[in-house]
Structures are given as structure tokens and as C-alpha cells.
Design a protein around this ligand. Sequence first.
Ligand code: CA
Length: 241
Amino acid sequence: MDIDPYRGALNKMAKKVLVLEDETSIRGFVVINLRRAGYEPIEAGTGAEAFEQLRLNPDIQVALLDIMLPDTDGFEVCRKLRASDPHIGIIMLSARTQEMDKVTGLMTGADDYVTKPFSPAELTARIDALFRRAGNGAASEPGELIQGPFRLNTRNRTLEKNGQRIKLTQVEYSIIKMFMDNPGKALSREDILGTVWGRDYFGEVKIADVNIRRLRIKIEDDPTNPTYITTVWGYGYKWGL
Ligand code: CA
């Protein structure tokens, strides 16, 4: 037998990343750097190609989405992709720097964004952070956290409120897990960023606010008057029931 179990294990762990970018020079640059960092890039130049590749490669764990595309826009791809897969990591590749675009992208379900031009180190740090979240949960910490109307299953990484499943992204799951691990404790935005995105995260603290705003829409009875995730002014957030 010439089957090498170590090699088999490596193949099984192939870390596939969808690269949806119509500009071939940028896509080539991203692909080369992802390969160098140990990822398996799957290329697409249009929204239609991206969905075809996602169908052919159901084990893609992270998607990089350009915004200006020939047949659609990245926000639309993001919205559709998130609706069909709550767990995939999504990073928007944004050429625009206006805050509004970042917020729009995140509200359609993206976990993160990088603004062009970006360095290879910056991009792979963001991707690494999403893979750590996607990979770690499965093996560790079996069990449940039950607080008030919420039941967090840490084995399946699912949340129920009053017995109803709430669809969460990986980032949203990590945030709520952090809150439920620290009930009643004020958590700074930097704490949240460090725990959820990783200590080596390059991004802005604001991304924690945007994800929490989206989480509130999903879990609060009245998102404009939140009672579970409350704001600690000038500091961060607190989970309380
Ligand atoms: Ca483009």
C-alpha cells in the first residue's frame, strides 16, 4: 500500500479560499500569496463563476469578494452566499474607502473587509483569523450554555432563543460565546476584537461595533432598545439578562 496517512490528513485539511476578483492582475497577486501561505485558492472572475466554484467545492471555508464585478456586485454575492451558508467566512475586497461601503458590506453578512491596495501579510492575517474560528470550535468544548431564553450549543456552534434557531455567522457566534462566557462583565471593544478576531488583527475597532449591531438585530426583542447586549459608553459592551 502506498497510502501515506499523513499526506491523506494534509489533503483533507486543504484550506480552500474562493478568490472572486475580475481584475486578473489583482487576482493573480492574491492567488500567488495564498498559495505561499498554504491555502488552496479557487479562482472566479464573475459572480456566476463564483457560485459555480462554490457548488463544485463545497469545502471552501473562506470567500474573498471583490465589489465591482462585470455581472453583479460583491455585496449581492455576499448576501446570497450568506443566506445559503451561515458558516463560511466572507471578506470583502474593497477599492472604495468610504465608511458607508464597509458598513453596507458587513450588514449584508461579510465578516471582514480589506481595502485595496492591501499587503499579502494583511490579507493572510485576516484569512487566518477566519480559519481559526471555523476550525477550532468543532473539536473543543462540547456542551451547552443556557442563559435566559438563550441556548448556545458549543458543539454545533448554534444559538436558539426560546427554542427558535437563530442563524449566526462565525463571527457572530464567537461574539455571543464571549458574552455568554462573561455574563454581567463589561467587555472593552479591544477585548472583543482580540478574542474574536485575534491578537494579531490589523483592522479597526469599529468592526466590532458593526458586527454587534447586526447581532442585536438577530437576538434582541427590540434592537433599537437592546436589553441583552447593552452599551457601556466609551468602553464597550456588556451581556446581561
Ligand atoms: Ca473589480
